[in-house]
Write a protein that binds this ligand. Structure first.
Ligand SMILES: NC(=O)C1=CN([C@@H]2O[C@H](COP(=O)(O)OP(=O)(O)OC[C@H]3O[C@@H](n4cnc5c(N)ncnc54)[C@H](OP(=O)(O)O)[C@@H]3O)[C@@H](O)[C@H]2O)[C@@H](O)CC1
Ligand SMILES: Nc1ncnc2c1ncn2[C@@H]1O[C@H](COP(=O)(O)OP(=O)(O)O)[C@@H](O)[C@H]1O
Ligand SMILES: [K+]
Length: 637
């Protein structure tokens, strides 16, 4: 899934319209339909799947895969469901709508292999009874078996006749009459998308009222065409500031005020409508992006819409992945509107969301972690780790153990000799090597020993728990220039780099992966942490390209950027991972993957993805995610 800037989007739009000859209004129609469909899904979800109108077409079920393991909580194909506890799976991997957890709370819905909503729950034998009831006795919806049979009263299925007719299930809502949506319309194309959606909602029997932020006469182009079509259909419309808008009476709000063409803080009526929508307590669905979120950086202007769902059109916008904006977007659903992905590829490969599919296809990585039947420890590579000091020996231990759990064959951990007796036995699988440092700290003179130890090793990782010491920049330079294998550089070793003019060092034959958290990134780039966070994707891309390194900019939605100008944004992981040592674990994982032969981009991307997944898994095993500690991530790998 591609991630684009507003400028990329305008260019892709232009090419679709000019090169392919697809009229702009056709794209807007597609956008409107997609938004309406997502609103209808939201309406169904709100009633726990009790809506039966679409049930007469059969959904399919799918198993959500994450590189081999089933992954509850992430709907991969369309929706970025960030709730780690979003779904319940049957042993067969199917999940239904209206599924209730043991505590009586609704746990979510299921998507089929084609990305279509499966809608209902299947029993282990493939049949389903007429009603599924939650623990509180409320009816949770009806279920069809994979063969199209539907049971009654919990009994086995009744075969339906061979001839069936189905309607437009995606635009059908059984209890549509109970809904009334306000559609907030800006004067640009975002507003045009909203009006097109309103027409489709109306067709589905949902009452809509258009609320124009500006005089309707100010709309131009395709948006004006939509305005006229809506008027010709008799859609009720009011103008904010002139007519009364009753937020209390509506059941939901479509935010089509401002999209990728907007800039700065919202003005006048726009600001008032955004504040009123946020304060209404009603679910808000945003068209493309929440109004006044910066589509490129994720910065939010005041006020900015807080959406329950964002229906992002064509391609994922960068700002939807970057905080704070990501926190305003709710569930993000990316919907096609007829702009071919091939155009995005031609345009030089923008950033991608890090999914198993992207790992396999764009990065061409083997994410199976398969072992060869005739493999042995030598097959899977040897990591040398230079890490740990008296007050931070645990950082080295975490990184070393994580490398082993990532599957590499051997790990040698070089550490100050004074610490050696204390860590012997802490992880018996490790090999230990003393590298100077009688007082438990590193010294510049240990460079020669680390270089000697690196000979014949597949990768060297330096940094976790290293500390700073006199002459450390020259120490790192010696390793940089002398180690004839890929390197992973983390923690204090990054601070050494930040204090050095390392672009003047002899360039390396083998790749370097830097894994800074935002504070370390700030030092590397010579800017403030706030500036780093302002545009993480843009900064990572620029830094990786300029310095010829693979950069892993850590933090929520870690960005991996390559020297060739590609970026990957990861969405596995969760806030429980904000705990000391979690980054050391990542360093170990990436080094372990490099040792097994993955290239720098593959190891960084797959490492970040796995690290997040393991963190999610580990958190589920705790009573509360905040109890997670870094070692748990290793155990969950
Ligand atoms: N084929 C297509 O066309 C496709 C279009 N698509 C859709 O179009 C959207 C982009 O549309 P867009 O470029 O028209 O810009 P948009 O976001 O509606 O806003 C511009 C308007 O807002 C105004 N305005 C700006 N800043 C403001 C502020 N701070 N406070 C208040 N007002 C402000 C500005 O007014 P002005 O400053 O000119 O007075 C101008 O009138 C995109 O997000 C997607 O939804 C997609 O479906 C793909 C196909
Ligand atoms: N909110 C979050 N969501 C996802 N991942 C997170 C979150 N907070 C922290 N992490 C991950 O945890 C790790 C923390 O690394 P770092 O700050 O270097 O910790 P340490 O230096 O203690 O090892 C990073 O990989 C980061 O991406
Ligand atoms: K919007």
């Amino acid at each position: 899934m591609y991630i684009v800037t507003a400028q990329d989007m305008r260019e892709l739009d232009r090419q679709t319209i000019e090169r392919l000859g697809i009229p702009a209004v056709a794209l807007m129609e597609n956008a409107g339909r997609a938004i309406a469909e997502e609103i209808i899904k939201l309406c169904r979800r709100r009633f726990g799947g009790a809506d039966t109108s679409a049930a007469w077409t059969l959904g399919t079920s799918r198993t959500v895969q994450d590189g081999g393991a089933r992954q509850p909580g992430r709907t991969e194909a369309g929706a970025l469901d960030r709730s780690p506890d979003g779904g319940a799976y049957s042993p067969g991997g199917t999940r239904g709508d209206g599924v209730y957890g043991p505590d009586g709370t609704w746990v979510g819905r299921v998507y089929g292999p084609d990305g279509a909503w499966a809608g209902r729950v299947y029993g282990p034998d493939g049949t389903w009874g007429d009603g599924v009831y939650g623990p509180d006795g409320a009816w949770a919806g009806r279920v069809y078996g994979p063969d199209g049979t539907q049971g009654t009263g919990g009994g086995p299925g009744i075969k339906r006749p061979g001839f069936t007719v189905s309607g437009d299930a995606a635009l059908t809502l059984g209890r549509a009459g109970a809904e009334h949506w306000l559609v907030l319309v800006g004067k640009g194309n975002n507003g045009g998308d909203g009006i097109a959606a309103a027409r489709h909602l109306r067709e589905a029997g949902i009452a809509v009222t258009l609320v124009y932020a500006a005089a309707p006469e100010s709309l131009a182009g395709e948006a004006a065409l939509q305005r006229d079509a809506a008027a010709a259909m008799g859609l009720p419309a009011v103008v904010y500031g002139r007519d009364r808008v009753d937020f209390a009476a509506c059941s939901g709000i479509l935010d089509a005020l401002l999209g990728t063409g907007s800039a700065g803080a919202p003005r006048g009526a726009y600001a008032e409508l955004i504040a009123a929508a946020n304060g209404s307590g009603k679910p808000v669905v945003s068209a493309d992006i929440p109004s006044r979120l910066d589509a490129d950086t994720g910065q939010t202007h005041k006020p900015c819409i807080h959406a329950a769902v964002t229906v992002c059109l064509a391609f994922l916008k960068r700002g939807l992945l970057q905080y704070p904006g990501a926190g305003n977007a709710g569930q993000v659903v990316v919907r096609s509107i007829g702009i071919p992905a091939a155009l995005a590829r031609e345009g030089g490969g923008p950033a991608s969301l890090l999914t198993p599919e992207v790992l396999r296809t764009r990065l061409q990585g083997d994410v199976s972690r398969r072992r060869s039947p005739e493999g042995h420890k030598g097959t899977y590579g040897h990591v040398l780790l230079a890490a740990g000091s008296l007050s931070m020996s645990g950082a080295g231990l975490l990184a070393a153990r994580a490398a082993l759990r990532a599957g590499c064959g051997l790990v040698t951990w070089a550490l100050p000799s004074m610490l050696l007796p204390y860590v012997i036995g802490a992880a018996p699988e490790l090999m230990l090597a003393a590298a100077g440092g009688e007082n438990g700290t590193w010294s510049a003179g240990t460079a020669a020993e680390v270089l000697r130890l690196s000979t014949g090793r597949d990768v060297t990782a330096v940094g976790p728990g290293l500390g700073r010491f006199p002459g450390d920049q020259e120490w790192l330079r010696a390793l940089w220039e002398g180690i004839d294998a890929p390197m992973v550089i983390d923690a204090d070793a990054l601070n050494m780099l930040a204090d050095s003019d390392y672009s003047s060092w002899t360039s390396r034959r083998h790749p370097v992966i830097l894994t800074p958290h935002p504070g370390e990134m700030a030092r590397l780039a010579g800017i403030s942490t706030a500036e780093v966070q302002r545009d993480r994707i843009g900064l990572a891309l620029a830094y990786a390209r300029e310095h010829g390194v693979t950069l892993v900019l850590k933090g929520a939605h870690t960005v991996v950027a390559t020297p060739e100008g590609e970026a990957y944004v990861n969405i596995t992981g969760h806030p429980g991972m904000g705990t000391g040592g979690a980054g050391d674990v990542l360093t170990g994982i990436i080094a372990g993957l490099l040792a097994q032969g993955l290239n720098a981009a593959q190891a960084a991307a797959f490492g970040v993805y796995l690290h997040g997944l393991a963190g999610e898994r580990a958190a589920r095993q705790r009573h509360d995610p905040s109890a997670l500690i870094a070692g748990d991530i290793i155990e969950a790998l």
